[in-house]
Design a protein around this ligand. Structure first.
Ligand SMILES: NC(=O)c1ccc[n+]([C@@H]2O[C@H](COP(=O)([O-])OP(=O)(O)OC[C@H]3O[C@@H](n4cnc5c(N)ncnc54)[C@H](O)[C@@H]3O)[C@@H](O)[C@H]2O)c1
Length: 258
């Protein structure tokens, strides 16, 4: 059965690999991105988020079968909480009415194994409270004190916790919409290529994200999991952060979680 998907961050990396796989399987994919897509929208801004929902409604006639919120950045900058948490939540919430009119609707956000690394509670708490101004202020403070790396881990922890809270509510589970996250380890994309090409940075990455199974992934290895979680076959997986990380989360957290 042909389905209509909307994928953000579809111009590059994991989003592009996901859009390519879905199209190869015969589905219609609306790609959204900053500059290159069926929908051009900057998801770090309120206007961009409004534009995404409005254009999606125009292009689909108000019916979508699945949404993949993949757009993200890893800058040591407040924009990272803006895109990775608030942009993703706005994507999912803004398109939820279109999903409610779709067939076997599904939603997914791309998180990260980085969500299990240390985070900044001030950023995470503000994000989960829906207070973007406070989250940006806390992110700027982290950058100013030399802990800019915490903005990324905090953004991914916040959005992962948000999906767990939202997935079981009437808006999502009650409307028959599974809502999950896929949390990759290190994937070789334009986001990570500069780090992986630098020997010192690469060693740091390998120490902080150990991947005993198959090592660093190509984006094409993550796309099938996203495709399954957003397919009609997934009827009962919801509120889950599914790690696709070559074992990194199991190494880092051991049996403290299960
Ligand atoms: N590459 C990795 O190792 C890795 C690991 C874990 C999670 N992730 C996550 O996977 C997702 C995709 O990352 P990737 O590695 O494919 O990176 P990428 O840089 O190849 O692709 C990210 C895409 O998001 C788009 N984007 C960025 N900011 C945007 C904005 N403000 N509005 C709209 N679109 C915007 C970019 O233009 C780009 O096309 C991100 O959420 C990232 O955090 C990546």
């Amino acid at each position: 059965m042909t389905r209509t998907y909307l994928v953000t961050g579809a111009a590059s990396g994991i989003g592009r690999a996901t859009a390519d796989l879905l199209r190869a399987r015969g589905h219609a994919v609306i790609g959204a991105d900053m500059a290159d897509g069926d929908i051009t929208a900057d998801l770090s801004t309120a206007d961009g988020r409004t534009e995404l929902a409005a254009r999606a409604r125009e292009l689909t006639g108000g019916r979508l079968d699945a949404v993949v919120a993949c757009a993200g950045v890893a800058h040591f900058d407040p924009v990272t909480i803006g895109v990775n948490h608030f942009g993703a939540v706005a994507t999912l919430e803004g398109l939820r009415p279109l999903l409610a009119a779709g067939t076997d609707p599904r939603a997914l956000v791309v998180g990260s194994v980085d969500s299990v690394h240390p985070t900044d509670p001030a950023i995470v708490d503000a994000a989960l409270a829906g207070d973007e101004e406070a989250a940006v202020t806390a992110s700027r403070a982290a950058v100013d004190r030399g802990e800019g790396h915490l903005v990324y881990s905090s953004s991914k922890a916040a959005v992962s916790r948000w999906i767990r809270r939202a997935a079981v509510t009437g808006d999502w589970a009650g409307a028959g919409i599974p809502l999950n996250a896929v949390a990759p380890g290190v994937v070789v994309t334009p986001m990570t290529r500069p780090m992986l090409d630098d020997p010192g940075m690469r060693e740091l990455v390998e120490r902080s994200v150990p991947m005993p199974l198959h090592g660093h992934a190509r984006p094409e290895r993550i796309a099938p999991l996203i495709a399954w979680l957003t397919s009609p076959e997934n009827t009962h997986v919801t509120g889950q952060v599914v790690f696709a990380d070559g074992g990194a989360e199991a190494v880092l957290r051991g049996d403290r979680t299960w």
